[in-house]
Design a binder for this molecule. Structure first.
Ligand code: ZN
Length: 267
């Protein structure tokens, strides 16, 4: 089996996790910028984090034979502090030329607040001005459907945005169809406690097809499973999916989406 982990917060994982992922067939990992589990106190904290994502972590991944790419932003949780968010938005362009930066993400909404929306629009504007791919985080549980619709409307309102260059992540059964109908890609996050399980993800693939969908573990500092993608592939195999089709979902699809960035090199 070979696969790509298109959404893993590896700065918070151990070397054992890298070893397990490489042993399971992972060829490449992509890391969106994320909340650290605490609010950073200044823009300098983001500067250091972006250095970690673009410099140190690719070197760490390479020690396990994995290529490593990243996405940059201030996450929705910290966007509530608009002044800080504007400072971070001013910092991001200095990093966009680095060779492993694929785009802007994971932007989006958390509590669907007015400030989060304002900073989301500013990120979308930055992506449009600098011709970056976009990776979007959608809110959890009861806020998900409303938040997803708000995000889709922000993307649609900016006429410079090409829908096929945006992936909307953490979709579930009640949001995947609207995302695909707008022409975007959709990501399914495989979590043991919330979001999607491997079985639910396989159901979604069987219902909506697998043209513009990918799966990820979104492993971070919380309860999450770095091998969730290969586990889901086992579920698909159990259901009789052919090896070729499984390969196209867990390996081919992330490559097709990310190859829209000239920096991404298929492993
Ligand atoms: Zn994430």
């Amino acid at each position: 089996m070979r696969y790509i982990e298109p959404h893993g917060h590896m700065v918070s994982r151990t070397t054992d996790d890298y070893t397990d992922m490489a042993a399971a067939g992972c060829a490449c990992v992509c890391e969106p910028a994320f909340w650290a589990g605490y609010d950073r106190s200044s823009v300098d904290g983001f500067h250091d984090y972006f250095c970690q994502l673009t410099d140190y972590e690719p070197k760490r991944a390479a020690r396990f034979g994995l290529s490593h790419y990243c996405w940059l932003c201030i996450n929705p949780k910290e966007s509530e502090d608009v002044a800080l968010a504007q400072d971070v938005l001013g910092l991001i362009p200095k990093f966009l030329d680095r060779p492993t930066v694929l785009g802007i993400g994971e932007i989006g909404l958390n509590k669907n607040s007015r400030n989060e929306l304002k900073i989301l629009e500013m990120h979308v504007d930055l992506a449009a001005r600098t011709n970056q791919l976009i990776l979007v985080h959608t809110p959890h549980l009861e806020d998900k459907l409303k938040g997803t619709r708000l995000i889709l409307d922000v993307l649609k309102a900016d006429r410079r945005i090409q829908p096929e260059r945006c992936i909307i992540d953490h979709v579930e059964e009640h949001t995947v169809q609207e995302v695909l109908e707008r022409g975007h890609w959709a990501g399914m996050t495989l979590y043991p406690e919330s979001k999607c399980t491997g079985a639910r993800a396989a159901d979604i693939l069987e219902t909506y097809g697998h043209e513009r969908l990918w799966m990820n573990s979104a492993c971070d500092w919380g309860v999450s499973v770095p091998l969730a993608v290969p586990y889901a592939a086992l579920e698909m195999r159990k259901r009789g999916w052919t090896p070729e089709t499984i390969d196209s979902v867990i390996y081919g699809n992330p490559i097709r989406f990310m190859s829209q960035s000239p920096k991404f090199k298929a492993p």
